[in-house]
Structure formats: C-alpha cells, structure tokens
Ligand binder design. Sequence first.
Ligand code: SIN
Ligand code: FE2
Length: 218
Amino acid sequence: MDLFDDIEREAVLPLAPGAALLRGFARDDATALLDAVAGIAAQALFRHLVTPGGHTMSVATTSCGALGWTSDDSGYRYTARDPATGRHWPAMPNTLRQLAQNAAKLAGFAGFTPDACLINRYAPGARLTLHQDRNEHDFAAPIVSVSLGIPAVFLFGGMKRSDPTRKLRLAHGDVVVWGGPARLRFHGILPLAHATHPLTGDCRINLTFRKAGSARER
Ligand code: SIN
Ligand code: FE2
C-alpha cells in the first residue's frame, strides 16, 4: 500500500479547524439508515423545492425531526410542518440521531442534539451549488453530513464564496462534520456522475443533521 492509500484509509481525516471527514463511519449502519429514510419518504415525499430566485432544485428533498428545511419564493426556512401535507415532519428515528451524535462526538462536538435532518436525493446530473448553511438559529452546533449510495464530489470552500475549494470524493458511508470555526464554510456538490450502488440503485442519499431551532420556533 502506498502513502496515498494510507492517508485515504485513515478513519478521521482533519479538513480544517472544526472540520473532519470520517471515512466509512456510517457504512455498517447504512441498511438501517436507508430503511429509515424509506419510512420517512413514505410520509413526507421527496420533492424538488423552488428557490427564492425561482429556480427548481435538481436535488429532491424531504426532512425528519422537529423541524424540516423548506424553500419557496419567500425564502429558505425551517418549519415544524411539511408544507406539502400540513402535518408535522416525521420524527427523527433513533438510528439516525444516534449516528449523528456519535459522528459529532468523534469530530470533537460532544453533546450535539440535532432537531432537524434534511434528506437530499441526488440522481445523476443533480448538484448543489456552493452555499453556506445559515438558516439555523445559532451556529454553535456543527453540521453532520452522511453520504449513502453512489459517490459524489464534495466542494469544501472557505468563508467567502470566492475562496478556493477543496474537492473531496464522498463514498457510501462517509461522514463529514463541520462546526466551530468551520461552521459557515461554503460547500456544495458537483453534478453527479452516472453510477449504481447495490443499496440505492442510481442515486445518492445525503442526510444533513442540524440544530436548527430555538424554543421560539417550536
Ligand atoms: C448540503 O449541503 O445540504 C448537502 C451536502 C451533501 O449532499 O453532501
Ligand atoms: Fe449545506
């Protein structure tokens, strides 16, 4: 094995102060996580949201937890109810919450209590342009991002949109955590290449766990 392989196989790869890539951290839980996602998506269907600028997102989204992330022509925000049904978002299953808490702890953020999990489904060609996660009530808690299914290229930038970005290939079971000084770093996903995965077929599922709310929003 050469040096490159050794680094690639390291379980915790620091990316920046406050940010780490946990290679394969969710792999053993993947089947349980995907089963849970199917249960959530049966109650709160995947949908292509429209951005405040009027653009239909290529990524399909749904949510679970006390709060769900949504978007329409009046802006991006978290809501307690799914606007498509008027019902509360499905509860966050313990398998999801526990995995997010364990990953956060390994990355140095013990005590993470996510109240929202945004579930993104990427088909080949779908992408997410560079953005900051800044609709959450406060930025003390990290973001925990879990990749399942076909691989993607994650762009990890700086505090300004124009800062250089690092390209990281995220494979099935990889987890990225960014918080503290890295909490507002720009990030995104390049258009997905065609591929298939035994557990997801031709798509990638990404779970991002957030602490989104304050008492006021509940
Ligand atoms: C996100 O930024 O919400 C998702 C990132 C990803 O799909 O890996
Ligand atoms: Fe994001």
